[in-house]
Design a protein around this ligand. Structure first.
Ligand SMILES: Nc1ncnc2c1ncn2[C@@H]1O[C@H](COP(=O)(O)OP(=O)(O)OP(=O)(O)O)[C@@H](O)[C@H]1O
Ligand SMILES: [Mg+2]
Length: 219
C-alpha cells in the first residue's frame, strides 16, 4: 500500500537571470514500511526532494499525495501542520541543541504532540532504551561521539512515531564502523516498527542495506 506518491514533480530555482531546473517530471511511489535509498551526484536535487517530501519546500507543478491526501503547501504554517507527528527528519550534522541534555533533545520531538509530562517521559524512556542510550540521558551533546549524537537525533525524529522518516546523509559525518551501527539501528526500526524510511546517501554500502534505490540524474 502506497504511503506516498509523487506524480510529475517539477522544481526549479531562479537566481537573478538564471533558472536551474532540478526536477523535471519526477514520479515515484513509496509503500508503507519500505526502506528506500536516494542516490545521485551532488546537485542532482536530493535535498530539494527531501524538502518537498517534508513540506519544507513545494514543487512548481505536479502532485504529491501522502497517506491518501494531496499535500498542498501555500504558506510555512501548512508545512508545519503537514509534518506534525507524521514526518521525522534526520540530518547529517545531527542538529542537536547543545544546552539540552540527551533526554531533552529527544523530548523536543514531542513538542507538537498533545501529551502529559508523564506520557512524554514514557515515550522518551522507551526510545532511549530502544537506541541503547539510556545511560546517556543526562549527558550534553558536546560530550558525545558522532555515533551517539546520531542516535539522539534518530531518537528525536522517531519519538512521535512518525509515518515517514527522512534522512539526509545520516552517516555522512561518521566513520565506517559507526556508519554500520547507525544503519543497523535504522534497519531495526524499519523492521520492528514498520516505519518507512527514505535515506539520501552517497554511500553504496548504505544503499545496499535498503530495499531499493532511486537514483536522481543531474539535469
Ligand atoms: N534555495 C535555493 N536557491 C537556489 N538554488 C538552489 C536552492 N536549493 C538548491 N538549489 C540548487 O538546486 C540544485 C540541487 O540542490 P540540492 O541541494 O537539492 O542537491 P543535492 O543532490 O542535495 O546535492 P549534495 O549531494 O551536494 O547535497 C543545485 O544546483 C543547487 O544549487
Ligand atoms: Mg544535499
Amino acid at each position: 500500500m502506497a504511503l506516498l506518491e509523487l506524480e510529475n514533480i517539477c522544481k526549479s530555482f531562479k537566481t537573478g537571470d538564471t533558472t536551474t531546473i532540478v526536477h523535471n517530471n519526477l514520479s515515484f511511489t513509496v509503500d508503507k514500511g519500505e526502506l528506500v535509498a536516494i542516490m545521485g551526484k551532488s546537485g542532482s536535487g536530493k535535498t530539494t526532494l527531501l524538502n518537498i517530501l517534508a513540506g519544507i519546500d513545494y514543487p512548481d507543478s505536479g502532485k504529491y499525495v501522502f497517506d491518501g491526501s494531496e499535500v498542498v503547501i501555500k504558506k510555512t504554517n501548512d508545512g508545519i501542520k503537514f509534518r506534525r507527528n507524521q514526518i521525522g527528519v534526520i540530518l547529517q550534522h545531527f542538529a542537536l541543541i547543545n544546552d539540552y541534555t540527551v533526554y531533552e533533545n529527544i523530548e523536543l520531538g514531542l513538542w507538537e504532540a498533545d501529551l502529559s509530562k508523564h506520557e512524554r517521559r514514557k515515550k522518551v524512556d522507551e526510545v532511549l532504551e530502544r537506541l541503547g542510550i539510556s545511560d546517556l540521558r543526562n549527558q550534553y551533546p558536546d560530550k558525545l561521539s558522532g555515533g551517539e549524537k546520531q542516535r539522539v537525533a534518530i531518537g528525536r525524529a522517531i519519538v512521535c512515531e512518525p509515518k515517514l522518516v527522512l534522512a539526509d546523509e545520516p552517516t555522512g559525518s561518521l566513520d565506517n564502523e559507526t556508519e554500520k551501527e547507525v544503519i543497523e539501528i535504522i534497519k531495526e526500526l524499519n523492521k520492528s516498527l514498520e516505519m518507512t524510511f527514505i535515506i539520501v546517501t552517497h554511500d553504496e554500502e548504505v544503499a545496499s542495506c535498503c530495499n531499493r534505490t532511486i537514483t536522481l540524474q543531474k539535469l
